[in-house]
Design a protein around this ligand. Structure first.
Ligand code: AMP
Length: 277
């Protein structure tokens, strides 16, 4: 496995391989959630590239860009054990010469005026831009994204369709701890007491799902019941959407996806989770 930091070197290597390439874009601090994406790519492609890049353009000014965990050595070891061919880990100034004069890929307002897009202005412009760059650089045939970031997955699929990227997007299910907590690089910010509060996200989703399975279809009842469980966290949003369109869920929509974002005191770690009801 090669660890590559420079764009020119990546281009050189890719020029000389004539294999189907799978790309797994990540921000590093890899865990078993990332591993599940990587395993799928290694299975489905002759060559796998994992990008590890904490993308400054997708972070807001008061967000955790500086303190985001960076564990490249450990990440590279995991990638090597999983059969990855290239870890692409560029520095920020290698990816962006000038972030102020950057051409951005901007998803439509209707896709970003809700959920994480609403709470994190500019976030999905940053995501769509970096993912476009990584698609162009890696020449991947397939790219792997977790359903944990459901709105991101929806936006990337739409971007691929709208901009005619020749890349197949492979969605991968959420990997959880045994007690239900969705794996996240940001879980490393949690101590034992805040971890208990973090667990409320998956508990709330599971409870809403139970109610759904009992036949309850009233949006307010579903959200209010989940909200009660989230007491002790600072809820940013709790919403139910149609997973195909990401429009607000309507009572005659067959499928419903509940999404939650909440900050966990005292560190104010912002976590997201979602579940199909
Ligand atoms: P990140 O490093 O947080 O940007 O995540 C990189 C990719 O891994 C994204 O496509 C995420 O959706 C995916 N991912 C993160 N956590 C999980 C998880 N617990 N289960 C499945 N996929 C995940």
């Amino acid at each position: 496995m090669k660890i590559i930091h420079k764009i020119d070197e990546l281009k050189d290597v890719i020029k000389n391989i004539n294999k189907t390439i799978g790309l797994v874009p990540t921000m590093g601090a890899l865990h078993l959630g990332h591993a599940s994406l990587i395993k799928k790519s290694v299975e489905q492609n002759e060559f796998t590239i994992v990008s590890i890049f904490v993308n400054p353009v997708q972070f807001g000014i008061n967000e955790d860009f500086e303190k985001y965990p960076r564990t490249l050595k450990k990440d590279a070891k995991m990638c090597e054990e999983l059969g990855v061919d290239i870890v692409f880990a560029p520095a920020a100034d290698e990816m962006y010469q000038d972030t102020k004069e950057l051409t951005l890929v901007c998803p439509p307002y209707s896709a970003i005026n809700k959920l994480c897009g609403k709470s994190r202005p500019g976030h999905f412009d940053g995501v769509a831009t970096v993912v476009s760059k990584l698609f162009n650089l890696s020449k991947c045939k397939r790219a792997y994204f977790g359903q944990k970031d459901a709105q991101q997955l929806f936006i990337i699929k739409k971007m691929v369709k709208d901009l005619n990227f020749d890349v197949e997007i492979i969605p991968c299910p959420i990997v959880r701890e045994n007690d239900g907590l969705a794996l996240s690089s940001r879980n490393s910010y949690l101590d034992e007491s805040s971890r208990g509060k973090a667990l409320k996200l998956s508990k709330a989703l599971n409870y809403a799902k139970e109610l759904w399975q009992k036949g309850i279809r009233n949006k307010q009842t579903l959200c209010d019941s989940a909200l009660k469980i989230l007491e002790g966290t600072m809820v940013d949003y709790i919403e139910i959407v149609n997973p195909e369109t990401f429009e607000d869920w309507q009572e005659n929509d067959k499928k419903a996806l509940m999404l939650i974002a909440a900050k966990i005191p005292p560190t104010n770690t912002r976590l997201i989770d979602n579940m199909e009801l």
